[in-house]
Ligand binder design. Structure first.
Ligand code: PDD
Length: 285
């Protein structure tokens, strides 16, 4: 039986529910995190919870629990009850329940929901298989740095990407620069062996996998630059990949109809995958 957590209760997932006047349901007035689980441990748990704190504070949603420790206790319990060694954990915090009306009435008790699932353990060989991405206009709002559940633009872009045989959509701003993926951060490697990913600001989500890959690059003497790159530059790049807690480091070997270099996962990306795999095996909870 799959167990979910809803507002203080562990409950069979098929019976788990929130109120129809939950502001998360009515207005996407809610934030979330997705954690990878490897060897029973939540990867980069503190960094994810730091980002959750920031998302909550940007939207003035109060902390849902008395302490981070309490939150982590529940997260661990959800993993334990579902016997998750390898997989993921989803955590959503909404502003709470109130009769439907736009203004925040204040004083609401946040809703907390958690679910967890299993995946195959990280395997570098599988992870090195290249994927196709397609470009799509970035039609999202102007605060993509906040991890809200308002994900409709990403849903539409990724659905269209899948229909076109691609694993992900890379989103383009109005000047033709890649902001990020529909649910991942975008990277290229230049022919000067520089790792490029867009700088963080309000146009993209500061991915935790992105942050970790930058740290691993620095520790291993790889050159990286945080700057925007265009779709044209990406198509002409030596290598490309996309990162998220669920896709981890996914090689990109084709963008739209253009193969990246020889259309195979490159050496630089392979090195990043190896480094990330090793890092995850030492993850924390
Ligand atoms: N999404 N950018 C966007 C728009 C995302 O939705 C995500 C992750 C990322 C990567 O962030 P991180 O490395 O912290 O997972 C970047 C999650 C996985 C999701 O919505 O399922």
């Amino acid at each position: 039986m799959t167990t979910a957590y809803v507002n203080g209760r562990y409950i069979a997932q098929r019976d788990a529910a929130v109120h129809i006047n939950d502001r998360g349901f009515q207005f996407a007035d809610a934030v979330y995190e997705v954690f990878a689980v490897q060897d029973g441990k939540l990867v980069d748990v503190e960094a994810h919870l730091d980002r959750l704190d920031r998302s909550l504070s940007e939207l003035s949603i109060p902390q849902p629990m008395s302490s981070r420790q309490a939150l982590k206790l529940v997260m661990r319990e959800v993993l334990r009850r579902n016997r998750i060694e390898y997989g993921g954990l989803y955590l959503q915090v909404t502003r709470g329940v109130a009769p439907r009306d736009f203004p925040d009435p204040g004083g609401l008790e946040p809703t907390v929901v958690m679910t967890a699932w299993r995946t195959q353990p990280f395997d570098a060989e599988t992870a090195m298989r290249g994927a196709k991405v397609v470009s799509a206009p970035d039609i999202r709002w102007k605060r993509c740095d906040i991890k809200t559940v308002q994900l409709l633009a990403g849903v539409l872009a990724k659905t269209d990407a899948h229909a076109r045989g691609a694993a992900e959509a890379w989103l383009l701003d109005e000047t033709g620069f890649v902001t990020e993926g529909s649910a991942s951060n975008a990277w290229i490697v230049t022919y000067d062996n520089e790792l490029i990913t867009r700088h963080t600001d309000t146009a993209i989500l500061g991915g935790i996998t992105r942050q970790t890959v930058l740290k691993l690059a620095a520790q291993n003497g790889l050159t990286y630059i945080e700057r925007p790159f265009s779709l044209e530059e990406a198509k002409a790049a030596r290598e490309a990949f996309t990162t998220s807690s669920t896709m981890m480091v996914r090689p990109v070997v084709q963008i739209d109809d253009t193969a990246i270099a020889n259309g195979e996962t490159g050496a630089f990306t392979r090195q990043i995958i190896e480094l990330y795999g090793a890092y995850m095996r030492g993850g924390t909870i």
